[in-house]
Ligand binder design. Structure first.
Ligand SMILES: NC(=O)N[C@@H](CC(=O)O)C(=O)O
Ligand SMILES: [Zn+2]
Length: 421
């Protein structure tokens, strides 16, 4: 196994020093025959951890596979991703989650941790085999019907009760379906102007309010996917102040983009939950800094060209995000490296109970890390993405930061900005 010496690297913005990677861990002592990487001007972060990735395998391998999604993740600085269950077949049995987990191991580019469905077929009618998925080789601890809301309150209560036994988490896609029927974008001034049916903020907020009460009642753990409104932030703030066991994520696109973009009628901007207003963006940024929102998660949602390059009404919602997440967050938070490490690596690893990731880069710790050039600027070119899909909302946009290298347990998955396999 090759050793690496990162010469003159700045760990989380600290003064430049050498960092030795040997036998899969951060090491000390003589560099010996280690391969030297000139890391002057580069910043080392613990490898990023994404709690919300859609890898599309099994079922839509034309849009993404576990392997192409893993490569996209590594290029984005990630060392672990959690794969959502809305595949085909749905990841609602031990068999399917084990398949995804095994495909992740075979690709060997990031640790792929499957998320199990809450309900059979994501249909919201009966609980899936949560226990069988938890005790499978994939060791599932997070369950979600993402793409769909667990709208039935009794089912949501039962799910929270069930996973409490093994300290599992229900991750909710918060959308009251009766309030979003036919919705095409955020309900507000822009939707009125464009004549498109809106998804009101309250459709998200009402479910979060209900679910924090259910989680409080049961004493179980709730995670809220892709929080998108200022009102949701207030519900979460109050719940956390009462000690409810709730965590929440925000996506890079909800931190940067607004509903005004829908006026282009370009379906690349169609996503669930929809892009909201500038004041929502402001509230989400403040909540992320404050910690009311715990983490950034990509909601990487690759879609085939025919599902995106069509009329707005027929296009599937979702955006790819793994390769642009860190640059977008850098553009929002600036070089607050410790905060970035907290929100994109340590806290997601802690929420998921994922050991070996999100650790500090001290001697003896697993060498899961990413090297970033913060002074680089990159114009996003969809044709250069490693993802199989091209649906990025940032085509032609200049973003700060370039991911130069990523290491998974001491082995490079990305070097010189290129995937090694
Ligand atoms: N975010 C999206 O717009 N789409 C996701 C589902 C989801 O995360 O809700 C997808 O699977 O395509
Ligand atoms: Zn969702």
């Amino acid at each position: 196994m090759t050793s690496y010496l990162l010469r003159g690297v700045s760990v989380l913005g600290a003064d430049p020093a050498d960092l030795l990677i040997r036998d899969g861990v951060v090491s000390s002592g003589a560099a010996g025959d280690a391969e030297v990487i000139d890391a002057a001007g580069l910043v080392a972060l613990p490898g990023l951890v994404d709690l919300h990735t859609h890898l599309r395998e099994p079922g839509r391998e034309d849009a993404e596979t576990v392997e192409t999604g893993s490569r996209s993740a590594a290029l984005g600085g990630y060392t672990a991703v959690f794969a959502m269950a809305n595949t085909s077949p749905v990841a609602d049995t031990a068999g399917v989650v084990e398949q995804v987990w095994r495909l992740g191991k075979e690709a060997g580019l990031v640790d792929v941790q499957p998320i199990g469905a809450v309900t059979v077929g994501l249909a919201g009618r009966q609980l899936a085999e949560l226990g069988a998925m938890a005790s499978s080789a994939a060791n599932v601890r997070i369950f979600s019907d993402d793409g769909h809301c667990v709208a039935d309150p009794r089912l949501m209560r039962r799910a929270l009760e069930y996973v409490k036994a093994f300290d599992g988490i229900i991750a909710q896609h918060a959308e009251e379906p009766r309030l979003t029927e036919g919705a095409q974008m955020h309900e507000g001034e822009v939707s009125t102007r464009l004549g498109l049916t809106g998804w009101p903020a309250v459709a998200e907020e009402a479910i979060i309010a209900r679910d924090v009460l259910l989680a409080e009642h049961v004493g179980s753990r709730l995670h809220v996917c892709h929080v998108s409104t200022a009102g949701s932030v207030e519900v979460l703030r109050q719940a956390k102040a009462r000690g409810v066991r709730v965590t929440a994520e925000v996506t890079p696109h909800h931190l940067l983009l607004t509903d005004e973009l829908a006026a282009s009628y370009d379906p690349v901007y169609k996503v669930n939950p929809p892009l909201r207003t500038a004041s929502d963006v402001e509230a989400l940024r403040a909540a992320l800094i404050e910690g009311v929102i715990d983490i950034v998660a990509t909601d990487h949602a690759p879609h085939a060209t025919e599902d995106k390059e069509c009329e707005w009404a027929y296009a599937r919602p979702g955006m790819v995000g793994l390769e642009t997440a860190l640059p977008v967050v850098l553009s929002v938070l600036g070089d607050r490296w410790d905060l970035i490490a907290e929100r994109m690596s340590r806290t997601p690893a802690r929420i998921a109970g994922l050991t070996g990731h999100g650790t500090d880069l001290s001697v003896g710790q697993p060498a899961n890390l990413t090297l970033v050039d913060p002074s680089a600027r990159r114009v996003v070119d969809p044709s250069e993405l490693a993802s199989k899909s091209r649906n990025t909302p940032y085509a032609g946009t200049t973003l700060p930061g370039r991911i130069v290298a990523t290491f998974l347990r001491g082995e490079p998955t990305v070097l010189d900005g290129k995937a090694v396999k």
